[in-house]
Design a protein around this ligand. Structure first.
Ligand code: 4NP
Length: 156
């Protein structure tokens, strides 16, 4: 069986999308479906290429037993839009940036659209310039949304 490609995208690829990648891998492993997926993350910007996830993101995730393994890279339209059928953006600005560089609209989704309990604002807020509690909020949102995404993918 071909693996389903899931790509998580934010601006810098050092906070939100590495968290989403780590949480998704963690939940998929818990559910025993890890081998069904090819999972990665990237940023629409290039400022942090080559860096590990922000230390605050890594510490917050570690407290929940989740390891963040990503090394930041920028989206690569030629490869990524072919390889990944689920392109999951953290906020609406990321969606616009992805569409601008040619992402197929039917493959691009907002992360929180998979959380049935999410209210109107579906953006995962950027925690980079804020305090530590911002990372806890991101983790809470991403955990709920990744569970919903896995439910959706399991139902296919
Ligand atoms: P991320 O957070 O998009 O969740 O990785 C950011 C990280 C860095 C910057 C912006 C957002 N920055 O401007 O450097």
């Amino acid at each position: 069986m071909d693996k389903t490609g899931v790509l998580f995208v934010c601006l810098g690829n050092i906070c939100r999308s590495p968290i989403a990648e780590g949480v998704f891998l963690h939940l998929a492993r818990e559910r025993g479906v890890l081998d069904r997926f090819e999972v990665d993350s990237c940023g629409t910007g290039s400022w942090h290429v080559g860096e590990r996830a922000d230390s605050r993101a890594r510490m917050s995730a570690e407290r929940r037993g989740i390891e963040l393994v990503s090394v930041a890279r920028q989206v690569d339209p030629e490869r990524d839009f072919d390889r990944f059928t689920w392109i999951v953006a953290m906020d609406r600005s990321n969606v616009q940036s992805l569409l601008r560089v040619g992402a197929p609209k039917d493959r691009v989704h907002l992360m929180r659209s998979f959380d049935a309990a999410a209210e109107k604002d579906l953006d995962v807020p950027d925690p980079y310039f804020g305090g530590d509690d911002g990372f806890e909020t991101v983790l809470d949102m991403v955990e709920a949304a990744c569970a919903g995404l896995l439910d959706r993918l399991a139902a296919q």
